[in-house]
Ligand binder design. Sequence first.
Ligand SMILES: *Cc1c(COP(=O)(O)O)cnc(C)c1O
Length: 363
Amino acid sequence: MKTATAYIDLKALRHNLQAIRQRAPGCQVAAVVKADAYGHGLCRTAAALQDAADAFAVARTGEGLALRDAGIVKPIMLLEGFFSPDEVTEIASRHLDTAVHDDWQVTAIERAPCAEPLRAWLQTDVGMHRLGSADLAELAAFKARLEACPWVRQPVGLISHLSVADTPSEVDYHQRQMERFRQVAQALRVTGPLSLANSAAVLAWPEAVFQWVRPGIILYGISPFADRDGSAWGLQPAQTFKTSLLATHRLRPGDKVGYGAAFTAPRVTVLGIVAAGYGDGYPRAAPAGTPVLINGRRVPTVGHVCMDMMFVDLGPDAADPVGSEVTLWGQGLPAETVAAHCGTIAYELVCRIMPRVARVYLD
Ligand SMILES: *Cc1c(COP(=O)(O)O)cnc(C)c1O
């Protein structure tokens, strides 16, 4: 019987990257592999996409260095820049390209002599209020300083991030963000590359697609939009989280199940004990009724999710043998569906698979 295992479909990753290319023809694709490639495994994911992607994007210097150590030679972009001035020399020597969102980072670049040219992306804020300056005079000053710095590779690029590309109720705000990005690029006379689009923009907003796109979640086959799954966009889920049916019990009406006796059987039924819990990354917040897939049908969870196990109501006529394979999300049961039940987004589900869960790569 198998314990909880995350199956990573490398063909699906490559398929999704091709789907992205079709939607952003002629663009350079920076495959976003931060947070352990959204739980798919940083180095294996990057290796599988090394030929197909034009670059990789990560959130931390350590992630970029791990990719270099693993032999990834494509450009790597640090989406939050470096966190401390003493990283500058190393990121230049390891060819990590950095976003620059603050004055102290410009100063750190000026002060750290680099033997190798450093590629910098000036980061502007167009409405999210997360990273980057929204002030044109300040941006122009940053740009001038980066242009004057002998080890900064020219021309400097411009990068920003969209906050509502996936939010239908905020279309006006989204349009303003796209417009603002164009204005900033024009006002600063940026001749370097421009990068704005995340997954939602790649799918739905061609106006946000400039030279470089930065898709993350769609690479993994998951839709950023609440109203449809990745399959509606021709994407394939790359992560399938599976485990086994560890035991079954026949319940009588009134039998109470699990911690806190959170479920009471209303009728005769067969209870399934599924060998995965929050210690594997299945959300404890999953309410009763969250589906799992077993022997081709969806059955509801009942009771509280435990650390190592959880409960499902297999139904009164169930004959599922102990040892049956159980899919928690992925192929056959979109992570988007499970996330909607849990009041979260599929991004969180796929990236919080715990270290004890074995990863099996399929090619
Ligand atoms: C995470 C991230 C992305 C990718 O976002 P998705 O919604 O997963 O496509 C792109 N750009 C930046 C700056 C990010 O932080």
